[in-house]
Structure formats: structure tokens, C-alpha cells
Design a protein around this ligand. Structure first.
Ligand SMILES: [Zn+2]
Length: 128
């Protein structure tokens, strides 16, 4: 972990990730992976009246990937799907603080996992 500042938000979210786990009967699941770090992210959503009521995640991967997903879940909980889609990896990086540029893609992956989950939700609700 030498490449990250010990006192950063990144380390805090990595060591104490928020909203970790699975949801029973989620309304949508998002799943993405990246071969560079071997990061795999799964996001579970509960949506009610277009609002993200609950979100949990499981990330198998590097510290930046785990911290990114943790921050993401805090950002989108309680937001509408439209608001949640506007949250970018840049915003996640602003919160996490300094990180080496070769780790930026881990924050992008968190953004993609959420988008995947929301797309999954929208496809499902179209079918109903
Ligand atoms: Zn990574």
C-alpha cells in the first residue's frame, strides 16, 4: 500500500468500506471487471419511485477499486437514478484524494459498475 497516503480518504474507505455485502432480491445488479488489476465489482440496487433506496457492493480487487466503490455507494444512496448517473469517476477521485494516475481506471470502473446496474434496472422495468 506504499503508493497511497496512509491518512487519505482512500485508505479510510479501503480499510473501512461502507455498504459492503449483497442485497436480497435486488432490483438490479451491475457487474464489471478489468483485467489490468483483476478488479471485479458487483453492485446491488434497491430502487423505489426512481430513487436508490439501498445499495451494496462486493469488490474483489485493489485498494483503489474497493475505496472507489465504497465512496460511490455513499454518493448515490438516496439519489434519483438520473442524479446517480451524473456522478463521475472524477468526483470519486476528488473525494479519495491523491492517487497514482495508473489507478484512475479503478475509479472509472466504479462509475461503470453503477451505470451497468442502472441500465439493468431500466431494461427490467421496460419489460414490465
Ligand atoms: Zn484496480
Amino acid at each position: 500500500m506504499g503508493q497511497f497516503d496512509k491518512n487519505s480518504e482512500l485508505m479510510d474507505h479501503f480499510l473501512h468500506p461502507r455498504n459492503v455485502g449483497k442485497l436480497d432480491n435486488p432490483d438490479a445488479i451491475g457487474k464489471v471487471g478489468n483485467i489490468t488489476c483483476g478488479d471485479i465489482m458487483e453492485i446491488y440496487l434497491k430502487v423505489e419511485n426512481n430513487i436508490i433506496k439501498n445499495i451494496k457492493f462486493q469488490t474483489f480487487g485493489c485498494a483503489a477499486a474497493i475505496a472507489s466503490t465504497s465512496v460511490l455507494t455513499e454518493l448515490v444512496k438516496g439519489k434519483t437514478l438520473e442524479e446517480a448517473l451524473k456522478i463521475s469517476s472524477k468526483r470519486i477521485r476528488e473525494i479519495l484524494g491523491e492517487m497514482p494516475p495508473h489507478k484512475y481506471h479503478c475509479t472509472v470502473l466504479a462509475e461503470q459498475a453503477l451505470k451497468d446496474a442502472i441500465e439493468n434496472y431500466q431494461k427490467k422495468s421496460e419489460k414490465k
